[in-house]
Write a protein that binds this ligand. Structure first.
Ligand SMILES: O=P(O)(O)OC[C@H]1O[C@H](OP(=O)(O)OP(=O)(O)O)[C@H](O)[C@@H]1O
Ligand SMILES: O=c1[nH]c(=O)c2nc[nH]c2[nH]1
Ligand SMILES: [Mg+2]
Length: 168
């Protein structure tokens, strides 16, 4: 089953800024053995913060983006993937690093890899369906998990867990 934010997936995986930073740095450590890279291409928008973390750690200053849009609106259903901003790079991507926050179904990765087939594709998180499309990632979560990134969260009061217990 593929999770979506509209489905109430079985598992939710909220990520704090600190955790994202730590796991982004862990990704940079893994990429150290793969590079050096000419530069980095962030997949907007989710790949922008991870790309900034990796660029800082690997001292990459050539930064490009690919803009991919897949939802009709914030809460709309997932629509057809559209490349709203192609990469500036006109070659096959050899020597370049592509960074996104996660692969889920792998559809975004497929579109991006078709544009730059020789680039190295890295994400912080991977779900099983997308995993074969990623060259390097750090943390795998199950397909029915929805990852909540810190830019999509705000701290809120919650009821005590005991109150959530169903009545006997
Ligand atoms: O493997 P997939 O099923 O294609 O899903 C992964 C993509 O979905 C999310 O982006 P989204 O299209 O929601 O846009 P955003 O990065 O602008 O939030 C995420 O940032 C990945 O890019
Ligand atoms: O914030 C997100 N969390 C996810 O788990 C996910 N899967 C696709 N797109 C996603 N966006
Ligand atoms: Mg994205």
């Amino acid at each position: 089953m593929n999770a979506s934010k509209d489905d109430d997936p079985r598992r939710s995986f909220p990520v704090s800024w600190e955790e994202l930073h730590r796991t982004g740095r862990a990704l940079a450590w893994r990429l150290l053995d793969v590079g050096p890279f000419e530069g980095i291409i962030g997949i907007t928008r989710g790949g922008l913060v991870p790309a900034a973390i990796v660029a800082r750690e690997l001292e990459l200053r050539m930064i490009d983006t690919i803009g991919v849009s897949s939802y009709a609106g914030y809460d709309g259903p997932r629509g057809e993937l559209k490349v709203v901003k192609p990469p500036s790079l006109t070659q096959d991507g050899a020597g370049w690093l592509i960074v996104d926050d996660l692969v889920d179904t792998g559809e975004t990765a497929k579109v991006v890899r078709a544009m730059l087939p020789k680039a190295h594709f890295a994400t912080i998180y991977a779900k099983p369906a997308g995993r074969p499309l990623v060259d390097t990632f750090v943390t795998e979560v199950s397909q029915d998990t929805w990852i909540y990134f810190p830019w999509d969260l705000e701290p809120r009061p919650v009821d005590p867990i005991i109150g959530l217990r169903p009545p006997i």
